[in-house]
Design a protein around this ligand. Structure first.
Ligand code: UDP
Length: 329
């Protein structure tokens, strides 16, 4: 079985990717410093604790496991923090990825799957985004992800690195088997914060801005089920293994949900009141981020079949009820 090095494999998306890889017959080797990941989420293959800024440790792990590809999830991803502390993001995202890429090239591991983001687009005045939309990040987080996209292209030209770059939209939901799910500390994402509020674990969900130029005044996002998202990553590894060229894919569904719509649907799915207060806008938020591209579907054969709001909230809610107390403890 081929080994895949999964950085950030103890995190939310990385752990779901490990499960999908194992189900597809690969062996996921998790590399994670456990700063934001959870040891309990590493269930589907070996674990190597380490930091991407530690080149010697990376070299050791590449030599030990001889991975055929890297899936690079590990990243700092808090938009607000990236604005107040950009140095942390340039070092922790760009510096760390440079180390990883150089270690991969030195080890002869030239297939690379990278988690990029729709935050590289910035605010595009409500247009539906696709892979050809010009990138203009609004925040340091998005800027570091765009810089890494450029880095991968440069290493492709010079060293033959081939990269599948996925630009994520909003990821939600959890493993329907309930083995893993979403838990961040601190949590900043809409759906888990809302589930906390529904569950009485926080007083209320604050809506960040109700005066946007959208039908109900709240921001619009394109939500993708985490299981669908990681399915695309397995297809990305296969794409590279088939010898195909580097490619960027947007992973969205083309459907936008406003914050108020997410709240409404979540109330229905959980059959509970959602305690809500209205607050000011959050710095760095784009008005609308919706992916209009069918490239992943047409070229990778990707089908986001679990990405209805109902299924995402139901899967997240089930995991939340069974596990969040354990992770919090
Ligand atoms: N949001 C909100 N209240 C919260 C967290 C998020 O109103 O407590 C909004 C946020 O402004 C954005 C949407 O929900 O419009 C999704 O935010 P999230 O942080 O989940 O993901 P992002 O779009 O920033 O990647």
């Amino acid at each position: 079985m081929a080994n895949i090095l999964v950085t950030g494999g103890a995190g939310y998306i990385g752990s779901h990717a490990c499960k999908a890889l194992a189900q597809a017959g690969f062996t996921p080797i998790t590399f994670d410093n456990l700063e934001t990941g959870w040891r309990d989420s590493v269930k589907f293959g070996p674990f190597e604790q380490g930091d991407l800024l530690d080149r010697a440790r990376l070299d050791e792990v590449f030599a030990k496991w001889q991975p055929v590809a890297v899936m690079h999830f590990a990243a700092l991803s808090l938009v607000g923090e990236s604005m107040s502390n950009p140095g942390k993001y340039w070092r922790g995202n760009v510096g760390a990825t440079l180390n990883l890429v150089e270690a991969a090239v030195a080890a002869g591991c030239l297939d690379f799957v990278f988690s990029s983001t729709c935050a590289t687009y910035g605010d595009q005045d409500g247009v539906v985004l696709d892979e050809d939309t010009p990138q203009a990040p609004l925040n340091s987080y998005g800027a570091t992800k765009r810089a890494i996209e450029d880095m991968l292209e440069n290493f492709g030209a010079s060293h033959g690195l081939r990269a599948v770059i996925f630009r994520y939209f909003n990821v939600a939901g959890a493993d329907p088997d309930g083995e893993i799910g979403e838990f961040h500390q601190p949590e900043t994402h809409l759906i888990p914060l809302m589930l906390d509020a529904i569950d009485g674990k926080r007083d209320a969900l604050t809506i960040y801005g109700t005066d946007y130029d959208t039908p109900d005044g709240t921001c619009i996002r394109d939500y993708v089920h985490v299981m669908d998202l990681v399915d695309a990553h397995v297809l990305g590894v296969k794409w590279l293994q088939d010898g195909k060229e580097s490619r960027v894919f947007c992973l969205g569904t083309g459907s936008g949900f406003s914050v108020r719509e997410v709240i409404r649907q979540s109330g229905k799915v959980t059959n509970r009141e959602v305690p809500v207060v209205e607050g000011p806008r959050r710095a760095g938020d784009a008005v609308k981020l919706v992916s209009g591209s069918g490239r992943a579907e047409a070229e990778l054969g990707w089908t986001p079949h679990r990405s209805t709001m109902e299924t995402m909230v139901a899967d997240a809610w089930r995991w939340h009820q069974n596990n969040v107390a354990h992770y919090k403890a």
